[in-house]
Design a protein around this ligand. Structure first.
Ligand SMILES: Nc1ncnc2c1ncn2[C@@H]1O[C@H](COP(=O)(O)OP(=O)(O)OP(=O)(O)O)[C@@H](O)[C@H]1O
Ligand SMILES: [Mg+2]
Length: 219
């Protein structure tokens, strides 16, 4: 629902990643059709901002090709995943590519089939080669979060939703409709059968600005 705390969850994830990872080890692609939510991060070299759904589609297609390229490199060098590759070849590390989508419905309504196909391919097998997706939506309905997308996203967070049906789309179980809003969430990690109820941390605009400012001074 609006006001449930989606954007704050995304900011928390983005900030944690920015503060922990060296710039040559990670890149964030922030997809935000409104171009306002992620405006904080505009000056950072570690972030690419995309607001046009068509551009986002091109990016996702490109990452599928990058995934295939990386898999052949891993295979040719006898490595299981990006971590074993980076340990074996520290001089040529692979960077982690992380895509954050603030509102999936905008992309699905523009170019649904193509976006769905790329998301599913990346979600199915890109993790081992360092390509990751974080996808949010205010519309947990089957048209946006299709069965294929849902089945392939390993970890799920449900903030407050309006109806049991929405909760079923998000988590495959009821409960989301009973949450309090403002960062109250059900967290279902990869492989887990029952969710944990958590309260997300709060982060203010000033705090985000201070962190981005400190990172910009050092880049
Ligand atoms: N973890 C939290 N702890 C306390 N309050 C929170 C938390 N997350 C969100 N809130 C409160 O809820 C408000 C809305 O949060 P947020 O902007 O993240 O919602 P949203 O789901 O992205 O809404 P929108 O649909 O408008 O994009 C915040 O301004 C804040 O007051
Ligand atoms: Mg928001």
């Amino acid at each position: 629902m609006t006001g449930s705390g989606k954007s704050i969850v995304l900011h928390n994830l983005i900030i944690s990643l920015l503060m922990k990872q060296a710039p040559d080890k990670m890149h964030l692609y922030l997809i935000d059709p409104k171009s306002t939510e992620f405006a904080f991060y505009r000056g950072l070299n570690m972030c690419t901002m995309l607001s046009d759904p068509q551009q986002a589609n091109v990016l996702l297609n490109g990452l599928c090709e990058e995934m295939d390229r990386r898999y052949s490199i891993l295979q040719a060098n006898g490595c299981r995943d990006i971590d074993s590759f980076n340990t074996k070849f520290p001089a040529y590390p692979m960077r982690r590519e992380i895509v954050v989508i603030d509102e999936l419905s905008d992309l699905m309504y523009m170019s649904g089939k193509s976006v769905e196909a790329s998301i599913v391919r990346i979600a199915q097998k890109a993790r081992a080669c360092g390509i990751h997706l974080i996808i949010a939506t205010q519309y947990p309905v089957a048209k946006v979060v299709t069965g294929l997308i849902k089945a392939n996203m390993p970890t799920k967070i449900c903030l407050r939703v309006g109806t049991v049906t929405n909760s079923m789309v998000a988590l495959d179980m009821p409960g989301g409709e009973k949450l309090m809003g403002h960062g109250d969430m059900l967290f279902l990690p990869n492989g887990s059968l029952s969710p944990s109820r958590l309260q997300g941390g709060f982060v203010t605009e000033d705090e985000i600005n201070n962190i981005v400012w400190a990172l910009m001074k050092n880049q």
